[in-house]
Design a protein around this ligand. Structure first.
Ligand code: FES
Length: 290
């Protein structure tokens, strides 16, 4: 069930009180890099386990009692119903606390929130995924969704990069996509390293070299702000219009449902109007704000 009416969001999962989280149990912890972990979890309540659904690109607010709450995109795909995942980089109080948790721990979860990727727009298109570092997390949910519904989409290019080999996230997924003959997977690191035999170069530069066609294509970009800022002009040079470029923004959030104003950028609330936006929507303020 996707809750598109903002007044209804959270009701499905939290009864009358939209701020009341449900309990999820951590089932597995995967070390992605030295500072990033993927948490696999599931609802304690069996009914929720069966009924919960979301769309690629939606996020949830995760809470640890006595510490706080933080938003993370659901990084697993809704096509893999047995579990949910979110990937967390250790950068602050809540994320540090999350990294200290072990399998079996119960935490709070409320969501799904946000608009998710425009799935209708992506159908029958060539898709160009451009991701940097932990920015692969929101792309990953959509990439698996697209692969699991492969006949609905045309060519798939994935250009993924990180600062170094040690910073590459989701290496288990990268291996699968490399082996998938229906996907063109390119992985790059910023500077060459001894054992690295793959591509070397910054993502915008590699994107320019690969030069995917803009014809009937949508580019979905996610990564550090600096990468996003340098990637959009490359896509424009390749002929992508601002409407053909999509990204997902991250902002500090509190309520997650358009009430507190914490996630405001210009006239938009990232939680309510996003987190997925076309470049056309955010073009005017992205260089100032992001
Ligand atoms: S987080 Fe409260 S309005 Fe977006």
């Amino acid at each position: 069930m996707r809750v598109t009416d903002i007044s209804q969001r959270g009701k499905f999962l939290a009864g009358e009180n939209v701020y009341l989280p449900h309990i999820v149990v951590i089932e597995k912890i995967i070390d992605e890099t030295y500072d990033t972990r993927t948490f696999r979890f599931n609802f304690k309540d069996e009914k929720l386990r069966e009924e919960f659904t979301f769309e690629p690109g939606q996020f949830a607010l995760f809470s640890i009692l006595g510490i706080g709450e933080a938003p993370f995109v659901i990084s697993s795909s809704p096509t893999r119903k047995e579990y949910l995942e979110c990937s967390v980089r250790r950068v602050g109080r809540v994320t540090n606390a999350l990294h200290r948790l072990s399998v079996g721990t119960e935490i709070g979860f409320r969501g799904p929130y946000g608009n998710g990727f425009p799935l209708d727009l992506l159908e029958n298109k060539n898709l160009v995924f451009v991701g940097g570092g932990i920015g692969l997390s929101p792309l990953r949910t959509l990439i698996w969704y697209v692969i699991d519904n492969r006949d609905k989409y045309k060519n798939i290019d994935i250009i993924y990069g990180a600062r170094s080999v040690a910073d590459l996230c989701f290496t288990h997924d990268l291996d699968s996509w490399e082996k998938d003959k229906t996907v063109n997977m390119i992985t790059t690191i910023d500077k060459g390293e001894k054992k690295w035999t793959g591509r070397v170069g910054f993502i915008p530069q590699v994107l320019g070299e690969v030069a995917p066609s803009a014809n009937n294509a949508i580019a979905i970009v996610c990564g550090p702000p600096i990468m996003i800022r340098f990637t959009f002009p490359v896509l424009e040079k390749l002929g992508f219009t601002p409407e053909q470029m999509i990204t997902t923004l991250e902002k500090r959030m509190k309520c997650g449902i358009g009430k507190c104003g914490r996630c405001n950028i210009d006239n938009l609330y990232v939680c309510r109007d996003g987190p997925v936006f076309t470049y056309a929507q955010i073009k005017n303020f992205i260089s100032k704000e992001y």
